[in-house]
Structures are given as C-alpha cells and as structure tokens.
Design a protein around this ligand. Sequence first.
Ligand code: SAM
Length: 469
Amino acid sequence: MPEKKYRDGYRKKRAADPARLAALDIMAQVREEGAYANLVASATLSDYGLSGRDAAFSLELAYGALRMQGYYDVILSNCATMPLSDLDPLILDVLRLGTHQLINMRVPAHAALAATVDVARQVASDGPSRLVNAVLRRVSEKTPEEWFALVGQDEPELDRLALQYSHPRWITKAFFEALKEQGRSEELEALLAADNEAAKVVLAARPALISQSELLDEVGARGSAGELADNAVVMASGVPAKVPAVVDGLAGVQDQGSQLVTEIFAKVPLEGKDDFWLDMCAGPGGKASLLCGYAQESGAQLIANEVHPHRAKLVQKSLRAFDRQSYRIRLGDGRRLPKEDDLIEAFDRILLDAPCTGLGSLRRRPEARWTKKPKDLKDLLVLQSELIDAALEVLRPGGLLGYITCSPQVDETTGQVNRLLAEKRVELVDISEFVPQPLQELLSEQGTLQLWPHHGGTDAMFLSVLRKV
Ligand SMILES: C[S@@+](CC[C@H](N)C(=O)[O-])C[C@H]1O[C@@H](n2cnc3c(N)ncnc32)[C@H](O)[C@@H]1O
C-alpha cells in the first residue's frame, strides 16, 4: 500500500503531547459520561504516564477549558466560519483547549497552535486539524485584552459579565440578586472573577482529635493558620492525602467557609440541656467531623443522618477517629425522622446543611456551572422546606437549628428563613460575636451570614442560626 502523503510529513509523524491528550480525554469523559473532572483526573493523568509539572499543566488545561468554555465559545464563534453546533464535539473541545492556552495560559501562539493541531490530527483526521489550525490562528490575532473588551460589548451589563466571566446567565442573575439583597450589587464582577479562581486547599483540624497548631506542625513550612476559622490550616502546596493527620482521620480537607459556619453553629450558647445533636444531611461528613469534635469535647452525642448509603459510608470514614460513644450514623430520609424514630423534640441542636443548588461552590468543580439547571431549584426548595419542617419537629423548644446552604440563591437562603420567621416558628439568634472581624460586614441586618469567594476566599456559604419558639 502506498504511504499516504501528508502536506506536513514531519508533523504527522510527531505524536501529540500526552498532557494535551490527557486534558482532552478528561473533557471527553465529562461531556460523554457526565463525569466529574476532579474525580476522573488522577486516573486519566496516570493512564497517560503524567506526573509533576506535566500533570499540573494537563490539569490546568482541562479545568480551565471546562470552566471558561462559555467565554471561549463566544471567541470561537467569532473565528469559525460555521456555527459551533455543527462541529464534532471532540473538535470543539480541541478548540477550547487551544483557546485556553492562547488566552489564559499565555503559551506562545506558535507552540499552542502547533501542539493543538497535533492533537487534532491524532484524534481526528487532516480536515478537522486544518480547521483547528485556521480557527486558532484567528484567535491568536487578537490579544487576550482585546478579546475581553470585545466579548459581550453590545449586551446589557449582566449578560456581558456572564459572557466575559464564563458563567451561565441564570447563575449570574442569581448571584446578582443575592448581592443586591445585601446592597452589594456593584460587586458582581469581583464575585464572578473570584469564582473563576481555583480554591485554596484548606485542612480542618478536628476538635478533640488534634489542635490547629499540632496540625500546622505536621504540615510544616507549606502550611499557615487560616485566618477565618479556628481549626483551619491553609496548604500552599503539597498533597493533603499525604499529611499523617489526614491519613489517620484527625483532619480533613474542608473549605474555610464551611468550617466557619459549623464552628459558629457549635459555639452559639444554648440555655438548658445541650447533649443531643443531629446533623440531618451529613454526607460526605465534612461538617459532621467538626461537629462531632465539638460534641465530644462538650460531652454531647451526635447523630449523623444521611439518606444515600454511599455517602453514609463516607460519613463513617470521616468520623472513624472519634470515640464510638460520641456519635451514631443513621441511614435514612431526614424527613422521616419524626415518624420513624421516637425522637420528637429530642434534639438540642440540629445542623441542617441542606441539599441545594450548590451555586456557592462552583470553584470546586470546573464543569459544574454548565451541568446545573435552573429547573432543579423548584424541587430543592420543596425538599428544603420538608427537611426544615422535620427538623423543627425533632428539635426541642428553645433548641437551635443551624440552617446552612452552599448557595447564595435567595429562595434557598433568606427565602426559607423568612418563611419560618413569618410563621413565628423560630427566631433568629445573634451570631455576630462569633463572626471574625473581616467578615462582619457580611452579616445582614436581620442576622444571617452570607459568605462570598471575593471576601476572604471562601465558598459562598449561607448560615442562619434559629431558635425554636
Ligand atoms: C449539602 S450536602 C451535605 C454536606 C455535608 N454536611 C458536609 O459538610 O460534608 C447535602 C446532603 O444531604 C443529603 N440528602 C439529600 N436528601 C436528603 C434527605 N431527604 N434526608 C437526608 N439527607 C439527604 C445528600 O445526599 C447530601 O449528602
């Protein structure tokens, strides 16, 4: 058989860079199988034999291209001669990878183009690779700053920001409304920019098991004490799973905002009996593992409830280092607690970290903003209300309900709290003395707390502490 002639024989023979191929593979798994990029990343990187700097480069490529795809697609639409929807989805991913290198990684244009065209040749054929070459060449003709100024320039401000910062419009609007409720609508751009930054790796020292300073000693020079939460140790580099305290279950990886809201809830004083606590939606066990520490220190018992068996197993794993007397794991629907267990008005404190849209933790999963759908909210609001109602049934009068979401969406946060206040079933507890100084301004007049990535670098957690009347 005659050897096929390629216009550029040298390039055809050159194998594509494994770091770029691995990034494309991660994107394909997200697109085709609905995989979570962060869960498939390490196996994929090792399949391609990547480690160290190459692995880091590959991850940055995949995560960046997934996160910024909304923005890149606007740029690519300007450069392609056909609608993007007519392209093979794999080739569109190759184009996004190339655009990320040009726009956000500042890879020199000739290197970004040559290496990305090599990828297209390896995964497709000559035709698509020529298209990739032509389109990326046009992308490279403008600077990142010129593209930023161009994208969305004729749109109203909210739409423009959604495009420039690569967030779906409905999420941008939800952020805007939450900020507006707090008189912070001018912060939308800062929030969207912070939401595109990778979150810092933070460990939580679990109370009763290890102190913050002991954990700091273990982490060494790459660690520093978190400034917002009592138990937090921020890791500048290194692999958390290799820290001995993490291996032994004395500490875990947890956002500082998530730690802080748990800590505040556990610290608020309660009059009378205070020895029976419930974490109603505990999986995978991040907050339960702090709460259990506080419970063990104060002689209380924690019931950690979770409806999904695989997530209940993760709760067990998180709690494994605690004294077995200080907690019990219950597998079941939190809404059935009042009926199934003889627990009416039994609990003194209940943490309800409700299932929610998760719009406050988009930084953790690069693809999450594109897979979430606004219609999910309706069902979640019903579920949240039902869980709150069940929690109030099993909470003693005067007991405390910590209502938490990892979302700032107003219907899920203040909307739920205002309903309870209007029904006069609860009153809001003043938590201001437990909120660290830099975050005081995030307390609403009413007394609820809404954290934000652009203030203190936490996830956008919401906390209200409610006393049952
Ligand atoms: C926001 S997550 C909780 C995160 C957890 N508190 C942590 O810090 O690791 C909500 C959890 O509620 C669980 N869940 C959903 N519906 C539930 C129900 N009806 N009863 C109990 N748990 C439920 C979900 O499986 C999920 O694990």
